[in-house]
Design a protein around this ligand. Structure first.
Ligand code: FNR
Length: 185
């Protein structure tokens, strides 16, 4: 029996009906059961301001603690203007400081991008991974996870209704779980 692991889920969209959040929930639903997914809110984080480093806000501290407490991180993000949403970049920056105390350092992660369009958020995926390389976050390489046509994948209740996507996400969840074990053991 695999040891329980917690995964912090960071969603790059704040809107209520976000496809990214639905996709993150769908991944959590098909992932191996020893993984527990904890959705971490990033909408309340103040814009990063280096002047506040010495006196961090309660929201920054709570966010940093949530990431620190997790065994791994799953990022699920849309693409904004061929890049990652500002709210997600802000969360990355908040977690990266103070210098030398980044909560991301060495934390196993996976990135999933998505879009109603065909390219599946490829630009956001790689822009995010650019920062994760710098932050020393070991990230799942394969399968690459650019989910296109995302608006067609869910019913009115937000349930995943596409069988091949469910199969793909199941394989992805297993790969992520294996990667987490490799990095933690
Ligand atoms: C978008 N959208 C978008 N889609 C895409 O595939 N590539 C892009 O560069 C952009 N750019 C973009 C910019 C801004 C400001 C918005 C609001 C939207 C469309 C986007 O994929 C769509 O709105 C998604 O539904 C947003 O993700 P959530 O909120 O459903 O998770």
């Amino acid at each position: 029996m695999a040891q329980s692991r917690t995964v912090a889920v960071v969603v790059g969209s704040l809107r209520k009906e976000s496809f990214s959040r639905k996709l993150a929930k769908a991944i959590a639903a098909v992932a191996p059961p020893h993984l527990t997914f904890d959705f971490v809110d990033i909408g309340q984080l103040q814009h990063f301001n280096q002047d506040l480093e010495a006196t961090p806000t309660a929201e920054w501290t709570a966010f940093r603690e949530s990431i620190k407490a997790a065994d791994a991180v799953l990022f699920v993000t849309p693409e904004y203007n061929r890049g990652l949403p500002g709210v997600l970049k802000n969360a990355i920056d908040v977690g990266s400081r103070p210098y030398g105390a980044s909560v991301w350092n060495g934390k196993p992660a996976a990135v999933v991008s998505n879009s109603p369009g065909a390219i599946g958020g490829f630009g956001a995926y790689h822009q995010l991974r650019q920062s994760l390389v710098f932050l020393n976050v070991p990230t799942v390489n394969q399968p690459e996870t650019y989910v296109g046509g995302v608006a067609e994948l869910f019913d009115a209740n937000g349930e995943l209704i596409n069988e091949s996507t469910a199969e793909f996400l199941t394989g992805f969840g297993q790969t992520f779980a294996d990667a987490i074990e490799r990095h933690l053991s």
